[in-house]
Design a binder for this molecule. Structure first.
Ligand SMILES: [Zn+2]
Length: 456
């Protein structure tokens, strides 16, 4: 993994390799500032040469991919650092639902009281707490990374498809082929619109091969515009031949076979100009737009990419699918160098609970939240290294701890949870900051091979 480097006055310099960082630390020219993500500070350097660094984001509902890329003058990009942030939207949602239930129960113990004032208005752009958390966590990491690397520009995957371009442009003969950007994007869009199913038989024919199909055939003057294209299985495509959807429906009208009846119904709908709803396909994603506005507010130039382009880049460059790798492929990309590297996995873990009383499944008190978060100088979420010299748990464990009032802690290591480690064996590595960290090994060669065969 790359190591973040700060100068004497804590200004970010270009990240360096692990090897170089080790050398600097050995020669006592640098000190460790932070372990996750690993950051060192040079004792003697003030300022230094920096190159343009682009921060790239692929926001997802559960996981957001992050990539830091060095941009060369000749259009090449080199990966400096990979990260993936795991959000905790579902946890927040569940906790709020539980809190709401508790309050409702308490109020139910009193007689009904009419609301005294209307305080339930929501401002424009309001997001549910579980969604706002995604924006906030991502922005927190954008700020962190800007303090650790000289970021000069940002790219974000904003929408799934470029609807504007999709509706207004017809694709030409060359672009219609697979492999071009617009071809890929149209294809992905249509597959999504028809939910990866044949538009005529919905999979009844049993042919798994899906193709783009012209509602009015090209041989009869049908255009390449999106309005004239649907996804159909090869079987339907061949049987329909050079008839329009309407003609095909008429020709099949008398048949009583289930497959044919399905085809007639679909073809008539398509002939009448009805297509599946675009509401979902248009990717109206309020969270992504909220993030985009927040990124724009940083005053750095922000490039907005589409999901179609990300996929096109990834396939063209033979890169496997992964959150961080997707982030590296967002926006305009010529090539991606050095993408075979480990990924820092960042899991939003929160900073503990407000709930004072823990309950059993049936609502009886089971225990109480401790008055103090600290036990023997440690608190839940701290990263520690425990060296157990003897006994059943002999060994060295590194990870995030959960404290117990007894002083016997649990450690979440990369391999799993180790229970019952005494505080006497623990040494603090990093204070709790609301995140759990682990390093994902670099993408295995097998996965790379898979991608190559897929691309071919
Ligand atoms: Zn079909």
């Amino acid at each position: 993994m790359a190591v973040f480097v700060l100068d004497k006055h804590k200004q970010p310099l270009m990240p360096c390799s692990e090897k170089r960082a080790r050398l600097l630390l050995e020669r006592d020219r640098a000190v460790v500032v932070r372990v996750h993500p690993f950051t060192i500070r040079l004792k003697d350097r003030v300022g230094g040469d920096t190159q343009p660094v682009r921060l790239k984001l692929d926001p997802g509902s559960r996981t957001t991919g992050v990539a830091l890329m060095r941009e060369g003058t000749d259009g090449t990009t080199h990966v400096l650092w990979f990260g993936q942030i795991a959000h905790r939207g579902q946890v927040i949602r569940d906790r709020l639902a539980q809190r709401r239930a508790f309050r409702r129960r308490r109020r139910g113990q009193l007689r009904h009281r009419a609301p005294r004032f209307e305080n339930r208005t929501r401002s424009k752009g309001w997001l549910a707490p579980s969604l706002q958390h995604r924006v906030d966590t991502t922005m927190a990491w954008v700020d962190r990374l800007r303090r650790r690397a000289p970021v000069t520009a940002i790219s974000q995957e904003l929408v799934r498809f470029d609807m504007q371009q999709m509706e207004n442009t017809g694709i030409s003969g060359i672009e219609y082929q697979r492999g071009t950007l617009f071809g890929t994007e149209v294809r992905e869009y249509l597959l999504h619109r028809h939910q990866h199913q044949c538009a005529y038989c919905a999979g009844l024919s049993g042919d798994p091969v899906l193709e783009l199909e012209h509602v009015l055939p090209r041989s009869r003057g049908g255009s390449n515009r999106i309005g004239n294209l649907v996804v159909a299985c090869r079987d339907c495509n061949q049987v329909k031949n050079n008839r329009s959807a309407g003609e095909w429906a008429q020709a099949l009208g008398g048949s009583r076979k289930k497959l044919d009846r399905t085809r007639v119904a679909s073809a008539e709908r398509i002939h009448a100009g009805q297509r599946p709803s675009l509401k979902d396909a248009a990717a109206v994603n309020s969270t992504r737009w909220a993030l985009f506005r927040a990124l724009t507010a940083t005053t750095l130039p922000v490039e907005a990419g589409t999901g179609g382009r990300t996929k096109w880049n990834r396939q063209r460059l033979g890169i496997p699918k992964d959150h961080a790798l997707d982030a590296a492929c967002v926006g305009e990309v010529n090539n991606v160098e050095g993408w075979e590297r480990p990924v820092l996995s960042i899991k939003a873990a929160g900073r503990g609970s407000y709930q004072r009383t823990w309950l059993t499944r049936h609502g009886f008190p089971r225990g109480y939240l401790a008055r103090s978060k600290q036990v023997q100088g440690f608190q839940t979420g701290d990263h520690v290294r425990a060296v157990v010299p003897s006994g059943k748990k002999i060994g060295t464990y590194t990870g995030r701890i959960a404290v117990r009032a007894s002083g016997s802690f649990n450690i979440q290591t990369q391999a799993g949870v180790i229970q019952g480690i005494s505080h006497r064996h623990c040494r603090l590595i990093q204070r709790a900051d609301g995140y759990g960290y682990s390093v994902q090994p670099k993408i295995a060669a097998t996965k790379k091979e898979e991608a190559r065969t897929q691309a071919a």
